[in-house]
Structure formats: C-alpha cells, structure tokens
Design a protein around this ligand. Sequence first.
Ligand code: PGA
Length: 244
Amino acid sequence: MAGNWKMYKTAAETTRFLEQFRPLVENSRHCEIVICPPFPNLPAAVAAAQGTRIAIGAQNLFWAKEGAFTGEVSAPMIRAAGCSHTIVGHSERRQYFGETNETVSKKTIAALDAGLTPIVCVGETLEHRESGRTEAVLLDHCQGGAASLTAHQFSSTILAYEPARAIGTGKTATPEIAADAHRIIRDFARRVHGPQAAENLRILYGGSVKPDNIKSLMAQPEIDGALVGGSSLDATSLAWIVNF
Ligand code: PGA
C-alpha cells in the first residue's frame, strides 16, 4: 500500500502525519506500507518512520548518479536519505514534464542500481480508452519501462496501473476494469519474464482509491495493492485503506 503525496505537505506536516499514522498501522502485518513525500521532506519522513514497518519513497529521480543537472536528484542521493522506494513515470510526469518510455526505463534502472524498489506507473488516458487503445498503451508502457530489465531487476520492480482519467477525479476504474488491465500487465510479464516472474509481480491499482472503495478493489485477486494519492494525505484515511 503506497501513498503518493504529490506536491503536498511541509516537513513539519510530514512529521505530524507520521506521528498520527504510526499507531494506526502498528498491527498491520499483511502488507508493505510505503509513503512518498516531496523530496525536501524525505529526511523528516525517514526519521519519523524509524523503527516502524513504514517505508519511505521518493516520487521521482534522475538517472545520472551525479553531475551538472540543476534541480535534479539522483537515486544514490535518495537511497542515502534512507528511502527504499521511488515512484517512476507517474502519469503527471508523463503529462507535464515530458517523461517518455525511454526516460522511465533509464530511471527504473538507475533506481534498481542504487538499491531502490521502483514503482513504475503505466496507464491509459481517457482519450486512449475511448479510441480503444488501452491495451496497446499498456503494453507500450510496460514494454518501454520493464521489458529491458533482467529477470533479477524485474523481480525487484513493482508496477502500478493508473488510468489517468481516474487520477484525482473521484472516478475510480471499476474493480473489473482495473482487474482486466492488471491481467494485460501480468500477461506481458509472463511473455517477457516467464510464469514465475508474472506470478510474483506486484501490481498496484491507483486512481481515486478511497476508504470506501478499497475493499471492492482488493477483492479482485489480480490487484495486489494500491497507489493512493489524495486519500493518502490524511492519516486516518490512509490507515483505513491499509487496514481495509
Ligand atoms: P488519486 O491519485 O488517488 O488522488 O487519484 C493517485 C495517483 O496519482 O497516484
């Protein structure tokens, strides 16, 4: 269960959130919990999560280890800050910051090289869905982001299916539509990396996940977890989702 905070919260708010959130998930042993705050809040989040099962992740990274890349942050820096995960290729990054399959792939490999678990996002837009291109877009994103990974790298990668039309809109994909997309992604994994890798692959659903729809989404055997945006900003609501 992963929370994507996007560009919300200061460091002080991060600490307050974790103080409130920690006791609420103290007994949750059924899943991994990852929270992804903005870059400047990572040290505060790592400090406040110390000694708990809550992992901290970044929302993005740059593929070079270091260099003259003003404004960028590298995987080793994120790792050194105490993070274990990073989101890669979120649809907002594809839409507003020019991310392509090529950059997603480079970032995924950079994350893995630094020992971070990448959560690689794939998913169609409304336009893609309406023109019947959902499957083609999903396969293109999977191919671009995960086909060149070695078996070992792939086994350390999490995929997240996020239909762009469901992000921040309150319009979740129905659990059945989400499960269909997850099947397409798992079939891809089977073809490229084999049946065992496909079975072990964790695929998260993201897009307007809320306390009141998590149960029906997680009832789909194809859905292994959730990548939660808006609802992850409130400790009670994220704890409810984790403990569904
Ligand atoms: P949302 O965002 O839950 O606010 O729809 C999900 C995401 O973008 O990861």
